[in-house]
Structures are given as structure tokens and as C-alpha cells.
Design a protein around this ligand. Sequence first.
Ligand code: ACM
Length: 537
Amino acid sequence: MRRRLLAPAVLLLATALGCTEADPGASGPPPALPAAEPEVRPLGRIVPLPASVKPGGAPYALTAATRVGASGHPGVRAVAEQLAAHLRPATGFRLPVVADPAADLALALDPAAAALGDEGYELRSAPGRLTLTARTPAGLYRGVQTVRQQLPADIERTTVRHRSWKIAGGTVRDVPRFPYRGAMLDVARHFFTVDEVKAYVDRVALYKYNVLHLHLSDDQGWRIAVASRPRLTAVGAAAEVGGGPGGFYTREQYRELVRYAAARHIEVVPEIDLPGHTNAALVSYPELTCDGKAPEPHTGIDTGFSSLCAEKEETYAFAADVLGEIAALTPGRFLHIGGDEADSTAPADYRAMTDRFQPLVARHGKKVMAWHQLAVDGVPAPGTLIQYWGLDRTPGAEKEKVAEAVRAGAGVVLSPADRAYLDMKYADDTPLGLRWAGTVSVRRSYEWDPGAYLPGVPESSVAGVEAPLWTETLSTPEHLDTMAFPRLPGLAELGWSPAGGRDWDTYRVRLGEQAHRWDALGIAWYRSPEVPWPAGR
Ligand code: ACM
């Protein structure tokens, strides 16, 4: 996947963002923000930072008479309905969606706006008129997230608030830096229900993520029904870390998740981890092991002990069945075949298996996505998307293997574990999370440049960024919230915003202001001492 070349001018930098009274030094907690939000949020003071902002003029105000205008295009109408549904509970306004382009809050497609690309949008705000224009419904949907964030955080509440609802005057013209901005959820180590995953989708949608990567199988559990292999769920889904009951998605539930994400212009990338991380599959079908013996179900958190058997033809029949069914359920472009931590697979066997698994993905018209070991120990098929999860200190030779794959035509998604893994502890005293990659502070997760991260991998080969959330220590939606917030929004900004407009000292103020919104949304965020939070929170 190649990045489109888009270079919009960054018109607004620190000056318009203004008033960062927070201490720029790293030591000590920064001074608190005012307890209350401003009545009108300065234009562009949102996360992710827009590419271009021209503030000016008086604000637009939502009123009881506001109508939401949408053309007859079903995609536009759907986004307009989503926006109106979002704005109604807190405003109490009727907000009818009408086919009138002169409505005061109007959404429109402009197919000729090539510079807006697949997800860009333009927002114009003035008294009596707010317009959102994009080349695609996805662009309008991203723009809707800007509308939400420009409004007071109370807009996220589910009961009526009697107050003004203003959006600062001016123009935002915004396009993403990278086309791939992913959030990964591990539903294998601990299982999360359809509703819990939907709640996570809602959270990532607010920050303009466009991929939900679901890690659907691992040593502890198999989480998706496969009709041709019923024991995967009848047997392999019944465990999770710590001995809980586990669980799985039926095919219809998985389709429902795909639809839910698609309605938010988010593509689902399903992962079936092969040939390691397969204990749950081996428990279900012992004929897949080399010795034919069923291993014990695994409820611990160690890795690297399980492997499919390269010599057995059953292995390839199994992979063909599973990947074929998952491909049929998934409209998205990619099937992720894992490939990581196959520590008990002999190198020749790894190569033999991954050489045969990859064409199974292509057979169904999908592209391979895999963890970067495929580039180290295997040979990625042309067009593969390699997901890098190494560390700053990963040996150069390993990084060079990724660069080699890129020269052979692969793209890269960056998830460096010591930057982007949301399950790493923030600090030594963080109760949840792991620390094998070190602690990952909010600042550390924010201060790196995906376009210049891996030597020999030019920005043009970086598809984007992904924030994985592994769940060995996380078993409730509140746990997910605590590890994702406040780092998830920063990784969204790395994927979306131009590198030149970002810096930690202004970012941490914008981030602190988001706390009003997280409280309104009921998000169980972590109160990092690195960020200036609103006083009293
Ligand atoms: C991984 O964290 N094993 C991809």
C-alpha cells in the first residue's frame, strides 16, 4: 500500500493553538488547565491536529432550528444521519436530515476535490452556516469527528444540557498523512464481547482511526467460528488467560462487527496467527501436531512454545479452510497471518509453511499482512504489508530485513513495541500491563516520527501506524480504557497529522483538554502526571 503524496500547507502552528502555559520541561507535573472548557474551542485545537486551519470570523451555533442537509447520495445521507444522531441527545434539538443543500449544517460530496483524497475533508464555519465537504463519505465521516471535537465536550452526553453549542469561525482543510491508521485488539488472551469491541470501535473512530485489527487466535483461545472446523470454537475457545471462560464470535457476530466498523469507515483486518501462537488450534485438532498428541489448554502468558507441523498436509488443508472462510466473511483487503514468535518452529519449517500460507491469502483476492518476522525468517509475497513491532534497540540487521522487504515491494505498518504497544506499563507503578519492552510514557509514545523511523524505509513505503492492545493483563473494558487513554489519541495524531505541526508541549495541552470529553463518554482514562489535566480532575 503506497502513501498518496499530499502536501497541504500547515497554516496553523503554535501561534493559533496559543496559550500553552504548561511547563515545557519534563520534570514535575505541569500546571493544571482551567477547570472548565472555553465556551468556544479555538478552531483546530483538537486531536489529531488538522493539517491546515484558518481561524476567522464569528462562530457557527447549533440551534433548535438547525437542519442537517445531505444530498441524495446514500453514503452522505448515512453520515448526516450519524451526525444528527450524535448531536440530538445532548442538545435536545430535533435536527432533521433534509435533502436541502441550503440547510444551515450541510454535508456535501465534491468529487472534483482531488486534493482531499480518500479521507480528507473541508470544514467551513460561519454564523448561520457550517459546511462539511469531502470527496468521499469516509472523508465526511472524518470531518464529523472534527465537528464533535470542536463542540463542547457536553455534546457527548446522553441527556439534554441547556447551553450554547458553538463552533469557532474559519476553515479547516484536513487530510491524513498516512492511509493506514490502525488499532489492534487482542480478543484471544482475554475474550471481549461484541458490545465491548463496538465500544472500542467508537473510541478509535473519534480519533480518525481507519483500521480495526482483530487478533482472533492465539495459544489461549480461538475466537471465531469456522464452519469446516467446528472444534476450534467447541473446544479451542473455552480458555483464556487466568482460567476464565473465554468465548468466541459466531460468523454472524463477526459480520456484525465488520458492519459496525464499516459504518464508521473502519476496515477490519482479521488475524489468524500462524504457525506459532497456535496452541488453541492444536488442542482442538491434535492431528495438527507433529506427534498427533493434544497439548493442554494454555491459560498462562508465556509464548513461543506452539507450532503447526510443516511436514503434515493437514496443516495446509487447515490453513486453506480457515483462511478461506475468514476471507469470505471479510470485505477488507487484508488477512493478517501473524508469523511472530514461532520460536519452536525450525527455520526451514517456518519458511516452508509461510511460503504455502501466503498464496492461500492471495487465492481469495486478499493481501497478506504479517508481523515483521515474515521479513526476517520468511519471504514476503510482493505487496505484503509488514507490521514492525521491534524496539528502538532491535539489532540493525533485523531492521535491515524489513528494509530489504520494502525494496522488494512490501509496505510497512509501524507498531514499535516500545512506542506503540498500549499494553506496556506507563511507568513502574502502573498496576496493569507488561513491561518486556520497557515502560512507555505518554510522551515516549508520541515523540517519534513514523516517516523516518526505520533506516532504509522511506516515508513513501510506510502505510501508517498501528496501536496494538494486547490483553494478557487486561480483562475488562475499563482495563482497555486505562491503557489506551491517553496514548491512543497520540498515536492517531502520528498517523494523521503532518510531522511539522506536532510538538509535545502543545500536544500535551490539547490532550489534557480531551479529558472533558472522556469524562462525558465514560472512559476510564489514566491520569498521567506528564499531562496538564483540567483542575479538579
Ligand atoms: C507480538 O507482539 N508478538 C507481535
